[in-house]
Structure formats: structure tokens, C-alpha cells
Design a binder for this molecule. Structure first.
Ligand SMILES: NC(=O)c1ccc[n+]([C@@H]2O[C@H](COP(=O)([O-])OP(=O)(O)OC[C@H]3O[C@@H](n4cnc5c(N)ncnc54)[C@H](OP(=O)(O)O)[C@@H]3O)[C@@H](O)[C@H]2O)c1
Length: 260
């Protein structure tokens, strides 16, 4: 074939994803009741997985379950409570992948911080992931080609600290080191983190009329000249789940925002 034989365009669009890459896999999503966690549940279900939908609010989890066409089981969990995490392990049984989007931010000026809120922030992002690994790693299925994985959510605040975001920076930074330590301790189970930049997951709707200006100014500053989407995050989690040689890594899905 010469260069002149290559068609200018392909008659059939190339598929964006492989067919059902998570078929016969059980995926636990902590945070499945809203925003990124809900989007992850949709993506994993569409990829063929059986879902365990976990999070603090059973009504939100039932809502997500009702949207999925594939099998899904609702298991409420509170990452601030070890007994609840142990119960999730029992209800889940053998599984292939776990992802947690859990966050309980304790933002505000240092002078106003309440220790109880700081504890909750660490529970969602640090102690919770640690305890998920403690209680669920023994049930992780390591005998498949992709192996078993945990994927936790860190965040750009760790690499780009700002006033009144000290706890957020610290919990996200601690999580980045936690995944390295867990990747060694619970090997061959793989452990990774996704670190979003500013992503319009729905969580920013709380800004109301100020949301559009906030996203615009962030997009202007980001090297990618845009903010993120939930699809950017689901792609990264899918990569972490299905890449058998990737562990102890932070995937920065931040449009380069930590650098600008
Ligand atoms: N969106 C961004 O721009 C951005 C930027 C940097 C980092 N991140 C990180 O990316 C992740 C996903 O972002 P998002 O925007 O989807 O966040 P989000 O809407 O705030 O999601 C947080 C999730 O944590 C769950 N949760 C709260 N308390 C919990 C508890 N005690 N136990 C278990 N789960 C609990 C919430 O459940 P309910 O829905 O039931 O309340 C919710 O599903 C978060 O970890 C966030 O910190 C996001």
C-alpha cells in the first residue's frame, strides 16, 4: 500500500471503548449516590460490571441503582465508622475493583477550624481508604488478567494549596502517599489514586450564579484551557482498574491546573 492508497477518512468511526471490558467483574463504588460516583457506576455498569453501590445515603444509592440496566446491589456505608466498613466487606464478598470518591471537606480559615470536622475530613480521604483496604483486600480477586484494584480520589488542592484549604490539601496529599504504601502492603492488589482538578461534576452547583464565572476563570488558567468533565474522571478510573502494571500511582486529571 502506498500513501496515495490511504483513504482521507475512515468510513466507520473507530470505537472509543472495547466491548464490555468489565464483564464478569464485580465493582464496588463508594460515593455512588451522587456526582462522580454515580457517573462511575453508570460507566462500569455499561462496561458489563456487576455493581455494589455504597455511600452514606441509601435513597441516593437506590436512585442510582434504578438508573442502571445491569445488576446492582445497594450497601450503605459510612467511612467515618469502621463497623460500617466491615459490614460492607461482608455484604460485598469477592470483588474485582473498588473505587471511592468519598469526601467530607473541612474548609475555612485556620482560626475557625473545628477538630471534629478535621477528623471527618481525614476519615473520608485517609482513614476510610485505609480501612477499606484493611477489610476488603482479603476478598479481592487477584486471579484475573487485570488483577484486583482500589482507586481512591485525591485532589489538586494537595499540589496547589490555597488559604482556607489547608485540611483539603493535607488529606489529599496524605492519600497520595497512602496509595503508595498500600500498593506495597496489599500487593498484588493494585492501589492508585485519581487527582482531579476543577471538574464540573455537579458539586460546584452550590456556587449558584457564580459557578459559570468560576469555571471560566479556571479554564483560562488551566494549560488545557478548559475544566474537567465526569467523563475525564471515568476514563482515568477505568484505566486504573484495567491496567495490570499500574499501581502506587497518582493519575493527575487536572488539565495541568496544579502547574499553572
Ligand atoms: N469536583 C471537583 O472539582 C474536584 C476537585 C478536586 C478533587 N475532587 C475530588 O473528587 C472526588 C469526587 O468529586 P465530586 O465532585 O463528585 O465530589 P462530591 O460530590 O462531594 O462527592 C463526595 C462523595 O462522598 C460521599 N460521602 C460523603 N460522606 C461520606 C461518608 N461518611 N462515607 C462514605 N461516603 C461519603 C458523598 O455521598 P452522598 O452523595 O450520599 O452525600 C458523595 O458521593 C471527591 O473525593 C473530591 O474531593 C473533586
Amino acid at each position: 500500500m502506498t500513501d496515495t492508497d490511504i483513504p482521507a477518512s475512515f468510513p466507520v468511526p473507530l470505537p472509543l471503548t472495547l466491548p464490555l471490558p468489565l464483564a464478569n467483574r464485580r465493582v464496588v463504588v463508594v460515593g455512588a449516590g451522587s456526582h462522580t460516583g454515580r457517573a462511575l457506576a453508570h460507566a462500569a455498569s455499561a462496561a458489563g460490571a456487576e455493581l455494589i453501590l455504597a455511600g452514606p445515603d441509601p435513597r441516593k444509592l437506590e436512585w442510582t441503582a434504578g438508573e442502571l440496566s445491569g445488576p446492582a446491589k445497594v450497601v450503605p456505608v459510612d467511612l467515618t465508622d469502621e463497623a460500617s466498613i466491615a459490614a460492607l466487606a461482608t455484604a460485598t464478598g469477592r470483588f474485582d475493583h473498588l473505587v471511592s470518591t468519598a469526601a467530607l471537606p473541612a474548609n475555612g480559615p485556620l482560626a475557625d477550624l473545628e477538630l471534629a470536622d478535621v477528623h471527618r475530613a481525614f476519615a473520608a480521604k485517609v482513614y476510610g481508604p485505609l480501612l477499606l483496604a484493611k477489610h476488603l483486600a482479603p476478598n479481592a480477586a487477584t486471579d484475573t488478567p487485570d488483577g484486583a484494584s482500589f482507586t481512591f480520589f485525591s485532589g489538586v488542592a494537595a499540589w496547589r494549596p490555597a488559604p482556607a484549604r489547608t485540611v483539603m490539601a493535607t488529606t489529599n496529599g496524605a492519600l497520595a502517599f497512602l496509595v503508595q504504601a498500600l500498593a506495597v502492603e496489599i500487593a498484588p492488589v493494585r492501589v492508585n489514586a485519581v487527582s482531579p482538578g476543577i471538574v464540573d461534576t455537579g458539586a460546584w452547583d452550590r456556587l449558584g450564579a457564580d459557578k459559570a464565572a468560576f469555571l471560566h476563570s479556571t479554564a483560562t488558567r488551566n494549560p488545557t484551557r478548559r475544566t474537567g468533565t465526569t467523563e475525564d474522571l471515568t476514563r482515568a478510573v477505568h484505566y486504573a482498574m484495567t491496567s495490570p502494571y499500574v499501581t502506587g500511582t497518582v493519575l493527575h486529571v487536572d488539565g495541568g491546573g496544579r502547574l499553572a
